[in-house]
Design a protein around this ligand. Structure first.
Ligand code: PLP
Length: 399
């Protein structure tokens, strides 16, 4: 049996295994000292003041919509080209989701489309925006932030694809994804296909001390023992439940795995760039398209997406060769659940056209040169075959 090449894969080294084993020998299994260590190291990595580790990226998003007081009647804008959780979190909190179509060059949410929505809706219609740094390509957060503030909207940056990304703002400063400079809150995931794999895990970063404290409270049932938060004090056993919170904790075992991998995160992004460059070079001038990167941006390459009119043929061909490419994403508004909420096919034509053509090729740091060579050969073989077949057909039709 040939070895399967997936589109993404975790990168676990011996030192990661050792780090987890150490926590198993310690006094802590769930939230303990390693959680705080991981939070501090992650905050430093993305350049934010505060970081809060939670059970996964989805619960991270949910805590964000809770703390920003999404409730019945709150309308929030996100992109249809994302994982469903970016939109679902608004529904969890009782709010309403609206979508903005994408920029077909990048597949990122189209800021001009959002501007149109805000200009044409009655004042106060929308409360917030959830942009997604799709594939690891940072959204122009400076432009989006300016627009959001003009209309009094908050921003939750879904940065699950983009730890290690950055872009240069109009002042020439390097702005890291998740740094909180142009977002109220940013969210990351440590699912195995993401940059840092903890099995399950998530992180929220922010520069806002009020949001930070409130999210920490909501992460553990809304319960506090902290003297400066307590309304009364009866003795050292005493605690108060002050908010309706959740159990969204991340464990010390998971954080040990995260902390260990974080040390290689920068190297991982560098390796992803090498892989992307090799794909770019191989596909240059070929009958296959690639997504554009935001100007002045440093991509994190969670995904490497190609677009072709023969997506199904390409997917099937690669699959038959043991290369498991994947489609990211089926537009959220076309999902049966969202159709029940009133969304229909045809509403966001650019997102839907993108979906018909997109395919994510294998992209992960441990992809070997030989494996990538095989992927490139099979992609080129297939697209050259299908395009020459089509040309032949049109020639025959003309004759
Ligand atoms: C993975 C992902 C999430 C959800 O993260 P989980 O840790 O799987 O809950 C949310 N948004 C985007 C864009 C993602 O890729």
């Amino acid at each position: 049996m040939e070895k399967i090449i997936p589109y993404g894969r975790q990168w676990i080294a011996e030192e990661d295994i050792q780090a987890v084993v150490e926590t198993l020998r310690s006094d802590w299994l769930t939230q303990g000292p390693v959680v705080e260590e991981f939070e501090a190291a992650f905050a430093e990595y993305v350049g934010a003041k505060y970081a809060i580790a939670v059970s996964n990226g989805t619960t991270a998003l949910h805590l964000c919509t809770e703390v920003l007081w999404v409730h019945e009647g709150t309308r929030v804008i996100t992109t249809p080209i994302t994982f469903a959780a970016s939109a679902n979190c608004v529904l969890y909190s009782g709010g309403t989701v609206d979508f903005a179509d994408i920029d077909p060059q990048t597949a990122l949410i189209d800021i001009e489309y959002i501007r149109q929505m805000l200009e044409t809706a009655p004042e106060g219609t929308y409360s917030g925006i959830i942009p997604v740094s799709f594939a690891g390509n940072p959204v122009d957060m400076e432009a989006l932030y300016r627009l959001a503030r003009e209309y009094g909207l908050w921003i939750i940056e879904d940065a699950c694809h983009a730890p290690g990304a950055h872009f240069t703002n109009s002042k020439g400063e390097e702005v890291r994804t998740g740094s909180g400079q142009y977002a109220d809150l940013s969210v990351f995931s440590f699912h195995p296909v993401k940059h840092i794999a903890c099995g399950e895990g998530g992180m929220i970063t922010t520069n806002n001390p009020y949001l930070y404290e409130k999210i920490r409270l909501l992460r553990t049932h809304g319960i506090t023992k902290s003297k400066n938060q307590l309304q009364e004090f009866h003795g050292s056993w005493y605690y108060e439940m002050q908010e309706l919170g959740y159990n969204y904790r991340m464990t010390d075992m998971q954080c040990a795995l995260g902390l260990s991998q974080l040390k290689r995160a920068k190297k991982g992004v560098e390796r992803r760039h090498e892989i992307a460059q090799k794909y770019d070079d191989a596909f240059y001038g070929m009958p296959i398209r690639t997504l554009h990167t935001t100007p002045n941006a440093h991509h994190a390459y969670h995904l490497y997406v190609v677009e072709t009119n023969n997506r199904k043929e390409l997917y099937d061909h690669l699959r038959s060769k043991g290369i498991y490419a994947q489609v990211h994403y089926i537009p959220v508004h076309t999902m049966p659940y969202y159709r029940k909420l009133g969304f229909r096919k045809g509403m966001f034509p650019k997102a839907e056209a993108y979906y018909e053509q997109c395919l994510s090729l294998p992209m992960f740091p441990s992809l070997t040169e030989a494996e990538q060579g095989k992927v490139i050969n099979e992609v080129l073989y297939c697209v050259n075959q299908t395009t020459s077949k089509r040309t032949l057909q049109t020639r025959r039709l003309r004759a």
